[in-house]
Ligand binder design. Structure first.
Ligand code: SAM
Length: 171
């Protein structure tokens, strides 16, 4: 997917691997493509910056995922830490979860027409409408029924799925 991104790739959540996913994206991207990743953990952001210090087309922004908006629109946007409509990590912080739409990246602003968004770390859906932990799965529905996208859930393993959505070209 990175190879099909001619100008810009974005990622939220540089991460626990201190940039391993970003390294895969960078290795697959065309030579002229810029990559921007946002991480809210200062230590991880700092280590990742060090990892990519010799890669001038890779930029790590420290802060909340919304900083990814400073560099868009993207041909490929990978939501791996914030912006996923899953509650924006508020559960980790003990805070109140925002509604899915409030915590979700906006494809109309962040994707080029025809651009692709990837939302990681779902369990495979087994029902429709989908449920998670006994409740309606609002995050999954948010993406699969998004009016700006054509989206599908892909099962990667028996216990792991990803949603991939493509922004509809402008009419
Ligand atoms: C699953 S890990 C990402 C893994 C990473 N992409 C990799 O390949 O190693 C999630 C990361 O997102 C970060 N994160 C979570 N919520 C965030 C938010 N609201 N804004 C920015 N980063 C966030 C966490 O600090 C964590 O490092």
């Amino acid at each position: 997917m990175a190879a099909g991104a001619p100008a810009a790739i974005g990622e939220t959540g540089t991460g626990t691997g201190c940039g391993v996913g970003l390294a895969w994206l960078a290795s697959g991207a065309p030579s002229g493509t810029r990559l921007t990743s946002v991480e809210r953990d200062r230590g991880r952001a700092s280590v990742a910056r060090d990892v990519f210090r010799d890669h001038e087309r890779v930029e790590i922004l420290y802060g909340d995922w919304r900083r990814v908006e400073e560099r868009g629109p993207y041909d490929l946007l990978v939501l791996d830490g914030g912006g996923q409509a899953k509650g924006d990590g508020e559960a980790d912080d003990g805070g109140e979860r925002p509604a899915p739409g409030e915590s979700a990246a906006d494809p109309a602003r962040l994707l080029t027409p025809g651009g692709t968004v990837v939302i990681d770390d779902f369990t495979p859906a087994t029902t429709w409408p989908p449920r998670f932990n006994g409740a309606p799965d609002a995050a999954r529905v948010h993406w699969l029924a998004h009016p700006e996208l054509r989206a599908a859930e892909l099962r990667l393993a028996p216990d792991l799925a990803v949603i991939v959505g493509t922004r509809l070209p402008s009419t």
